[in-house]
Design a protein around this ligand. Structure first.
Ligand code: ZN
Length: 56
């Protein structure tokens, strides 16, 4: 079980908040397991994954 998110299904998400865009609101979640950030677009059609930064 590494922390790089390579084998993480991002099932345990923490709500971070939302940010307005031209089309609505982007929703931000953080995966409690790999600490990556999940971004869901207003229409829910696209999901972006931002890996957690490695300290040091
Ligand atoms: Zn994850």
């Amino acid at each position: 079980m590494g922390g790089d998110g390579g084998s993480c299904y991002h099932e345990d998400l923490e709500w971070l908040g939302s940010q307005r865009s031209d089309e609505g609101e982007n929703r931000y979640y953080r995966c409690k397991r790999c600490l990556g950030v999940i971004v869901i677009t207003p229409k829910g059609e696209k999901v972006y994954y931002i890996p957690a930064r490695k300290e040091g």
